[in-house]
Design a binder for this molecule. Sequence first.
Ligand code: HEM
Ligand code: HEM
Length: 173
Amino acid sequence: MTSPAMRLGKWHQGYLYVVGTLLVLSGALWLLFHYFVRMPGQFGDSPHPLEPWWLCIHGLSAAAFLIGFGSVLPGHVRRAWVARRNRISGTFFFSLLALLIATGYGLYYLGEDSVRVPVSAVHWLVGLGMPALMGWHIWLGRASRKLKHAAAASAATASSVESEQALRLVRKP
Ligand code: HEM
Ligand code: HEM
C-alpha cells in the first residue's frame, strides 16, 4: 500500500477550502446577526430567527472540518515535518486550529458567563483570522517547494559542470 503524499490532491484541497469557507462564513454570520441584526419584539430587541441556523450550520461544518483536519495528519503534516518544509507556519496553523477546537468544545459545554464570554471572544477572534493564516501557510509552503526545486536544479547543474571539468582533466594528454 502506498503512503499518503505530502501534497494534497485537487479534491482533498477542494474539500478543505469549501468546508473551511462554510465554517468561517457561518461563524461570521452568527456574529453579524447576534450583534447587529435584531428583531424588535414586544419586550425589546430579540434574536433574529436566522441566528440559531448559523450556529446549526457552524456545528455541522466544524464536524466536517475536523474530518479534513484528521485527514491531513498522516500524509501532509507528517511528511512535510520530516522533510523540514514549512514547519513554522505549519506549526502556527496547527496550534491555532487546536485552540479553535478547544475553545469550540468549551463553548458547547460552558454555561457560566464569566468564563464563556472570554472563551467566545478568543474563539471568534482566532476564527476570523484563519483565512489569512491559511493563505499565508499555503503561500509559504508553495514558495518552499519552488525554492527546493531551484536548489536541486542548481546542485544538479553544479555537479554536471564539475564532472565535465573532471573529464576534461582526465582526457588532457
Ligand atoms: C476547527 C474549527 C472550529 C470548531 C471545531 C468550532 C466549533 C464551535 C462550536 C462547537 C461552537 C459552539 C456551538 C454551539 O454553541 O452550538 C462554536 C461557536 C462559534 N464559533 Fe466556532 N468553531 C471553529 C471555527 C470557527 C471559525 C473559523 C469561526 C470564525 C468566525 C468561528 C466562530 C464561532 C462563533 C462566532 C461562535 C458562537 C460564539 C458564542 O456562542 O458565543 N468558529 N464553534
Ligand atoms: C506542522 C504542520 C504542517 C506543515 C509542516 C505543513 C507543510 C506544508 C507544506 C510544505 C506545504 C506546501 C506543499 C507543496 O505545495 O509542496 C503546505 C501546503 C498546504 N497545507 Fe500544510 N502543513 C501543516 C499543517 C497543515 C494543516 C493542519 C492543514 C489543514 C488543515 C494544511 C493545509 C495545507 C493546504 C491546503 C496546502 C496547499 C495545498 C498543497 O500545496 O498541497 N497544512 N503545507
